[in-house]
Design a protein around this ligand. Structure first.
Ligand SMILES: [Zn+2]
Length: 307
């Protein structure tokens, strides 16, 4: 917490940001370094999650998908393949996020997703169990004095920038420019569980297994490029256990450095695949690869690859 408490204040920039928000122009435009007002293809809350944006800019979630299997990611980006993953954990996470964004955002989320989150799809029947559990997770944070004290910055702030020649975008759960901090809410089954990465003999935490170190490294850089402020990330994790656990998690610099090196190394090929200059690599064992498998290889039983 010392970073937060000792953080130098930067009221000027947050004032700039509020003015930019007020006039609905970009910060660069307001400060005079950009000649034109935001044009139609700029990023907004409304178009943030569109396929158009997924093609035009890189995001951590898509980069991560391409890292797992380029063939599956490209097919999904083209709309030729739908991810077979259970959407419930994502919805639970978004349910919780909307609560801490604002009351109207939470009400809108419940309205928009009534079919998925209510029993039998009917609001009068009440929420499904997962979302009642999510309410317990919300309570666990909402009643915590430290959480209440720190989670005070601007919510759902869109940031953009260029990483190694490619345009990226990100959305910050809670950005506190004045105290040089930003926060990301994460929901997790149990954050003490071991996770195994391919080719690694020692287990890693859920945060590394899901690439949250990469996400925080990217966000830190995008905040710097958007607002000119160097901020420190903190993950606020809350668990889905019967009695929810919670934690404030910092990300060591070496992990963020490694993540940036990985992006620098892997991005050229991923970008070439997106632009159709290179063929996507198939991992050979994801849902997509299994769905498209044809039996034309014979493998010795002592040479079956482990994943
Ligand atoms: Zn695959």
């Amino acid at each position: 917490m010392s970073n937060y408490e000792l953080g130098k204040t930067e009221p000027k920039l947050s004032t700039w940001k509020r003015l930019a928000d007020f006039f609905n122009v970009s910060l660069e435009y307001l400060q005079g370094s950009q000649p034109f007002k935001n044009s139609g293809d700029s990023l907004t809350k409304e178009n943030y999650y569109t396929t158009d944006q997924d093609w035009q800019t890189q995001s951590k979630s898509w980069f991560w998908k391409f890292e797992q299997c380029e063939a599956e990611a490209l097919a999904e980006l083209k709309g030729d393949w739908a991810s077979q993953q259970d959407e419930t954990p994502l919805l639970v996470g978004n349910y919780l996020h909307s609560y801490f964004e604002s009351q109207p955002a939470h009400e809108k989320f419940i309205d928009d997703h009534a079919e998925d989150i209510c029993k039998y799809g009917k609001p009068e029947k009440g929420l499904k169990k997962q979302y009642l559990d999510a309410d317990k997770m919300i309570k666990a944070l909402d009643h915590d004095p430290t959480f209440k004290q720190i989670y005070q910055g601007d919510k759902e702030v869109i940031v953009t920038g260029t990483l190694f020649g490619v345009k990226w975008r990100g959305k910050i759960d809670c950005l506190d420019l004045e105290h040089h901090m930003f926060y990301d809410l994460k929901t997790v089954d149990d954050f003490h569980k071991k996770h195994w990465l391919p080719d690694q003999r020692t287990p890693v935490s859920f945060a590394e297994a899901r690439g949250y170190d990469m996400q925080m490294a990217v966000y830190k850089e995008l905040i710097k490029q958007t607002f000119g402020v160097d901020c420190t990330p903190l993950i606020i994790a809350v668990s889905k256990q019967r009695v929810p656990d919670k934690a404030l998690l910092s990300i060591p610099d070496y992990l963020m450095d490694q993540s940036m090196e990985k992006i620098e190394a892997d991005q050229p090929h991923i970008q070439a695949v997106k632009e159709g200059r290179e063929k996507p690599r198939a991992c050979g064992h994801c849902d997509y690869c299994r769905a498209n498998k044809v039996l034309n290889d014979v493998v010795d039983i002592d040479a079956i690859p482990f994943y």
